[in-house]
Structures are given as structure tokens and as C-alpha cells.
Design a binder for this molecule. Structure first.
Ligand code: NOJ
Length: 747
């Protein structure tokens, strides 16, 4: 009785406080609306257009600079924001011009590409995704936001949530990989990390989800190329991560460079207005990508700059990044009636609301705190976290005969390869404010770990991308003298990222020849790979005793790799993008369709099947794959019921036993397959994962829960629903698992 009363009282209290929070939000929104509407009333057309223009400072150039005179633009009220400007003094200086020298004193918004950390650089996003650690990903953005705001910034051009299935595309490094479900969770975690609970706090930044939409599917993997796909693929695979970021409260969205089915995103009204605002309820602002309004001319949908501006603004594009089209042509467009004043007012309102939410009208210098700049950047705690997070992102791809961890008995280790001591290649692309000189190389990490205990030899061997064999002799000599060899191979940082597509995704230059010679020395050897995309490394997989995928680990890269090499950290990461055997298999991804003629491995002589005559269909390493120093054994899956009605849930559990010699973390993955759908369904779809710690010798029961909505998909009429019928449910250590049971969803 008493318990019931307490319960009722608690429910009442909770609903009262929820109602209070809701009321507070409404009042705050009303206050904001009034403030912004009053301000718009006072603004001239030129001042409004000024708010809709964003210019680069020219500090970090991420495209052709169109606006060398940005200070004058600010002074004349022609800029609403500046990007690529940071540090308190610089930002304050520019903000002062806006606040003190313009008629209405409207503060600027300051944006920057904070992609995997600001000053403390974390692993590249594709590597972070391999950790499957949403809390760590969120925390890394929290730290990035703290550091960025300590240097004057309040807006970041992140997260990049483009799903990518083609490793030729250089920008796969910036995203979460090929999976929509995981990518959506990561997108939301990043937004939460950046924005926190209160955008007006001095240590939170506004996120900008990019690149809207489907930028990750350029034909042939060539950056900026055409995107063309079915409506179903767009809805099913590409859109959900943007939606997840919007649902998590992202304050802004960036339109993408590409077209989709003939319409460039930057002038796509269906995309920017009907879908984004109409269906998804997005209430922030949309910024173009760098000069993407101008590019509407090259795309061939606008005859001249004025028409480009007209198309973009009428599609719902609020802010022109660097293109000067709005600045130069918008007034004329309004005066000639091609763009309505209402459209301009709408865009300006969204931009001013963003500034209001950031607290810039209360204090334009909110993010300009000299003290914070001194104390909140690259703190020892940030370094410690960067090291831990980097080690969590390193994937053990091969480990024959337990080559790793390095035996404690060795006396001499040889560290060889063009990436072994290459400071400038530890951070990875898009680390603009990161200081490469301050990062730890692999050689440094190994030296500090082994100091006084193990002799360390070093030889570069060759450059990353050259044909010279000059250093081979010295490298082989070092290998022969050592008891263990660490061979650091891969791409240079600038081989991935924007405008860095490759047709050949093997290890560049003469590095494989170096590897062959080192392997022939016959020493236990671990290859450490530095790269921002899946590479074609089939030969390495045959010949290297051990392979560690280290990606670009950031500021603490070398220490983190050393932690793994010497067994202080047991690797647990799993790749989130399929590694093909050859570039000819691309695009290759786990959630493919069965086709009408699936290949049957037990009948390889069967010619008329969906297969290659010169390669297996299977990848080198499947999505979700990654080894540990220990081994995990999965038991059969138990379901709490074998049939379930719509609206109900089903629980699946599996026992995982650590059968090896080390304690370790395992990322258990759950996949489903709708056996008979109204439209064809993928052979597997990730619908859950659990990252668990299991001590050696122990068994853990891992449980998942699925709702019918987790099984839903877009039907022929594009309605989103779950089919009745049989589903296969898989739980295993990667997407190739065949550990499965069936269940049935009732009519
Ligand atoms: C172009 C890139 O596509 C985008 O991701 C970036 O945010 C802008 N340049 C600004 O640097």
C-alpha cells in the first residue's frame, strides 16, 4: 500500500518536473523568437544577406579562397560567420569588428573542421568506429568541443556521417564505415558529445551534419563524382545516419557537393526542405559546402551565378560557404522578385536563432577566454584518453602462431619502414589545428616502452611512395640482428581525405618489396599498417606473421600501438568497412543481396552463378572482423520465444567463453535476415552489438532484445513496416558468422 503511494507520488513529481521543463523550453523559445523577429525587423536587406554569407579567414585553406578581404566583409556587415579562424586573440579581433563596427552589432559565428579532435587529435573517425565504443566516441567529441571553444570556436563542420562502401573514395576515413545502423548510433553520439545538454555553455559547440546527402556513394569512388541510386537505397542505407544526427539535436546541416539522380544537393528543394524540414522536423540552418552554390553552374543546372543563388536559396539553403554568390547576387534576386523577402527572412531567422542558442547575443566573447585557452588544451587527461582510445581503435587482422604480443624474452627489436618514425603521418587528414610535431611516432612509443630493457634498431627502408631500394640493405641488416621485427607500412596521411581517391588501393611504392625482403630474414614480424581506408593486402595476409591495423591514431598513436604490441592492451577493435581482396571486388559490403543465382561454395564448378572466374566472392576481412590475443567461443543462441506478435519483443542470448590465455574485450554482433520479404532483403543486417569484458576461462551470457521495428524496412509503396514470416537471427564475432536460429513474426 505504502509502496503504491510512494510510486504514485514519484510519478506525479516526475510529470510535474517534465511539465516544468517543457514550459521552460516553450518560454525560452518564445523569448528567442521575439528577440530574433525584432532584430529582423530592424535589418536592411543587405544586412540580412550578410548573415547568409560565410567566409574563410584564409588560415587553413580547404578550397580556393574567394574572399581575401574578409575583414572588410565583416566591417561592412557582409559576413554572418567566419571559418578557419581560431585562437582567442584572432577570434576576438574579428568578433570585435562585427560587434563594434557594424550597425546592429550582430556577432559572428566561428566554424572549423574539427573532425577527430581539435588540438588533441584522436584516431581518424573510421578508426574510432572500429572501437564500437559509443561512450568513448562521445567523450572524444566532448574533449574536442572543450578545446575548440577554448580557442574561440563555436561551430564544427562535423559529424561526417556519409555511409561509404567504396574504399577507393578517400573520404571513407572521415566516416563510420559501411553500416547504416552502427553509423546512425555513432552519428548521434558525436552530436551529443559536441553539443552537450546546453548549447549556450561556454564549452559546447554547434554540430553540422554533413554531407547531406549520400556524398559517400560517388560513382567509381572518385571524389565529387555523380551519385545515382534507387529511392530505396537512399532511404534504407544512406539517409538514416543524417536523420539520427538531426534527431539528436544537431543545430546545422551541410549540403553535399554531389547530385542525386540529377539534382545537386545544394539546389535540391525536396532534400533540403521537404524531407529535412518537412518530414524530419529539422529547425536549424543549412550551409552549403565550400563553393557548392557556385558549382551549380558546372553541374549544369544554373546558367550563371545569379541563377545558382536563386536555385540554392529557394531550395532551402540558408548560408553560402565561401562562394560570395549570396553576397553578390541575392539583393538583385530579391529586387527582381526571383527570391521572396519571406525566403530571406526564414533563412536569416534560422541563422540568428543558431547564434542566439549559442549565447552569442548575451556575450559575443563567450568563447574567448584566455585562461581556458591556457588550461583546457592538451591536458594530461586528454592525452591519457587519446592513448586509450587509440589503442581501442587498433585492429588485429592476423596473428599466426601468437606472434603478438612481443615475447618478453627478446633482447633486440628492429623497427623498420617509412611510417615507423614519421611524425607528419601519425595524425591523419583533417587535423588542421593538431600539432604533428607533438605526436608520438611508433619508434618513439616503442623506445619509451622498452627503455633500458630491449635494444631498439631503426631503419626507414624506403619512402612511402617511391621506387628506390636504396635503404633496403640497411633495413634487412637490422632485421637480421633483431629477435623481433616491427614493420610499419601504409599510406601517407594525405592519401585519404578530401580529393584523395585512388584506383589502386594497395600499399604504395616499393613497400611490398621491402616487406618481402624483411620476411625472408625469417624473424617473428608484426606489420603495423597506417592508412585511412581498407587496403588490398592479400599478399601481406599470406606472408606476414602478424598484422595490426593502426590507422592514423592521432597525438598518442605511437604509445597506443606500443601498448598493444607489448600486450599491455589486448586488441578488441573490429573493422567497420570490408577489406576487399582486390579493387575489382569493389564495392563490396556485408549487407548485400542474395541474388537469384547465389554462389554455392560447395559447388564451385557451377558456372552460371553470381561469381568471378578469377576471385572468390568473399572479402579478405569481413565487416565486424578483428582478432584478440585471446579466443572467444560462442555457444548456440537461445531465444525467449520462437514466435512473436507485432508490437512485442524477442530476447536472444548467447554464452561467450574466453577460451584463450588473456582477459579480453569482445564485440558480439547480432544480425538479422528476413527470409522472404516483399522486396529482396540483405543476407544480413546488423541490429545490435555488445562490447563485453570476459576474463580468461570465464563465460558470459550476453543478451539482446529486438522489437518488430528493428526488423522493419521500406516496402514497395515505401511504407516502413516489418513483414510477418521467418527471420534468421545470427550472433557472432563478425558478419561472416553462421551461428543462427530462426524465429517467426506472426501476422
Ligand atoms: C569542403 C569539405 O567537403 C567539407 O567537409 C568541409 O567542411 C569544408 N570544405 C570546409 O572546410
Amino acid at each position: 500500500m505504502l509502496r503504491n503511494k510512494i510510486l504514485v507520488a514519484m510519478i506525479l513529481l516526475l510529470s510535474c518536473s517534465m511539465a516544468f521543463a517543457q514550459e521552460k523550453k516553450t518560454t525560452e523559445n518564445e523569448k528567442m523568437e521575439k528577440f530574433v523577429n525584432d532584430l529582423i525587423q530592424k535589418m536592411t536587406l543587405e544586412e540580412k544577406i550578410g548573415q547568409m554569407s560565410l567566409f574563410t579567414s584564409g588560415w587553413t585553406i580547404t578550397g580556393p579562397v574567394m574572399s581575401k578581404d574578409y575583414r572588410n566583409y565583416i566591417r561592412k556587415g557582409k559576413a554572418g560567420g567566419i571559418f578557419n579562424a581560431y585562437t582567442v586573440d584572432y577570434v576576438k579581433d574579428l568578433q570585435k569588428i562585427a560587434v563594434e563596427e557594424t550597425r546592429l552589432h550582430i556577432p559572428l559565428i566561428f566554424g572549423y573542421d574539427v573532425i577527430h579532435g581539435h588540438r588533441t587529435i584522436f584516431p581518424v573517425p573510421l578508426a574510432q568506429a572500429s572501437s564500437w565504443d559509443l561512450d568513448a566516441i562521445e567523450k572524444s567529441e566532448r574533449i574536442a568541443a572543450t578545446e575548440a571553444t577554448a580557442e574561440g570556436l563555436n561551430w564544427v563542420f562535423a559529424p561526417m556521417v556519409d555511409i561509404a562502401r567504396d574504399p577507393r573514395w578517400g573520404r571513407v576515413m572521415e566516416g563510420a564505415g559501411e553500416d547504416t545502423w552502427l553509423g546512425s548510433q555513432i552519428a548521434a553520439a558525436r552530436v551529443k558529445g559536441f553539443q552537450g545538454d546546453d548549447l549556450s555553455a561556454a564549452n559546447t559547440v554547434m554540430a553540422c551534419v554533413k554531407h547531406f546527402a549520400a556524398y559517400g556513394a560517388p560513382q567509381a569512388g572518385r571524389d565529387y563524382n555523380t551519385v545515382d541510386m534507387s529511392e530505396r537505397s537512399l532511404y534504407e542505407w544512406y539517409l538514416p545516419p543524417y536523420k539520427a544526427a538531426v534527431d539528436a539535436g544537431a543545430g546545422s546541416v551541410m549540403s553535399s557537393f554531389n547530385e542525386i539522380a540529377g539534382v545537386p544537393s545544394t539546389s535540391n528543394r525536396w532534400l533540403l526542405t521537404d524531407l529535412l524540414r518537412g518530414n524530419w522536423g529539422f529547425d536549424g540552418f543549412v550551409v552549403s559546402d565550400y563553393t557548392s552554390v557556385n558549382e551549380l553552374i558546372k553541374h549544369g543546372v544554373a546558367a550563371d551565378s545569379a541563377s545558382a543563388g536563386q536555385l540554392a536559396v529557394n531550395a532551402g539553403l540558408d548560408m553560402d560557404m565561401e562562394g560570395s554568390i549570396y553576397a553578390d547576387y541575392m539583393k538583385g534576386l530579391v529586387e527582381s522578385g526571383k527570391v521572396s523577402v519571406e525566403t530571406i527572412n526564414e533563412s536569416v531567422k534560422r541563422i540568428l536563432e543558431a547564434k542566439y542558442k549559442l549565447g552569442l547575443f548575451d556575450d559575443p566573447y563567450r568563447y574567448c577566454n584566455k585562461e581556458r585557452e591556457k588550461t583546457e588544451i592538451m591536458t594530461p587527461e586528454d592525452h591519457a584518453f587519446a592513448r586509450k582510445f587509440a589503442s581501442e581503435s587498433i585492429v588485429l587482422l592476423k596473428n599466426s602462431g601468437q606472434t603478438l604480443p612481443v615475447s618478453k624474452k627478446i633482447n633486440t627489436i628492429a623497427v623498420i619502414g617509412p611510417l615507423a618514425d614519421s611524425k607528419e603521418n601519425m595524425l591523419g587528414g583533417w587535423s588542421g589545428a593538431g600539432e604533428w610535431k607533438k605526436c608520438v611516432t611508433l619508434l618513439e612509443g616503442i623506445k619509451s616502452k622498452t627503455e633500458g630493457k630491449i635494444r631498439v634498431l631503426y631503419a626507414k627502408g624506403c619512402d612511402i611512395d617511391s621506387k628506390s631500394t636504396k635503404g633496403f640493405g640497411e633495413a634487412v641488416k637490422a632485421a637480421r640482428q633483431a629477435d623481433f621485427v616491427v614493420l610499419a607500412l601504409g599510406e601517407s596521411s594525405d592519401m585519404t581525405g578530401e580529393a584523395s581517391s585512388r584506383t589502386d588501393i594497395s600499399i604504395p611504392g616499393n613497400q611490398m618489396e621491402l616487406a618481402r625482403q624483411i620476411f625472408s630474414a625469417g624473424k617473428p614480424t608484426a606489420v603495423v599498417l597506417f592508412n585511412g581506408r581498407p587496403l588490398t593486402i592479400e599478399e601481406l595476409d599470406h606472408s606476414a606473421p602478424a598484422i595490426l591495423e593502426a590507422w592514423y591514431g592521432g597525438t598518442e598513436a605511437g604509445n597506443a600501438i606500443a601498448d598493444i604490441l607489448f600486450g599491455e592492451v589486448n586488441p578488441s577493435a573490429k573493422i567497420t568497412m570490408t577489406f576487399p581482396r582486390s579493387v575489382g571486388q569493389v564495392p563490396i559490403f556485408y549487407n548485400s543481396k542474395n541474388t537469384g543465382r547465389p554462389f554455392d561454395a560447395s559447388k564451385p564448378e557451377d558456372k552460371f552463378k553470381s561469381r568471378y572466374i578469377d576471385s572468390p566472392n568473399t572479402p579478405l576481412y569481413p565487416f565486424g572482423y578483428g582478432l584478440s590475443y585471446t579466443t572467444f567461443k560462442y555457444s548456440g543462441i537461445k531465444l525467449d520465444k520462437s514466435t512473436f506478435a507485432k508490437g512485442d519483443k524477442i530476447k536472444a542470448s548467447v554464452n561467450i567463453t574466453n577460451t584463450g590465455n588473456y582477459d579480453g574485450d569482445e564485440i558480439a554482433q547480432l544480425y538479422v535476415h528476413d527470409v522472404v520479404g516483399e522486396v529482396t532483403r540483405p543476407v544480413k543486417e546488423l541490429k545490435g552489438f555488445r562490447k563485453v569484458h570476459i576474463a580468461k576461462g570465464e563465460t558470459l551470457t550476453v543478451t539482446f532484445e529486438l522489437k518488430d521495428n528493428d526488423l522493419a524496412y521500406y516496402h514497395q509503396d515505401m511504407s516502413y513496416a516489418c513483414d510477418p514470416g521467418v527471420f534468421e537471427l545470427f550472433i557472432g564475432s563478425d558478419s561472416s558468422t553462421d551461428n543462427k536460429v530462426d524465429f517467426t513474426v506472426l501476422e
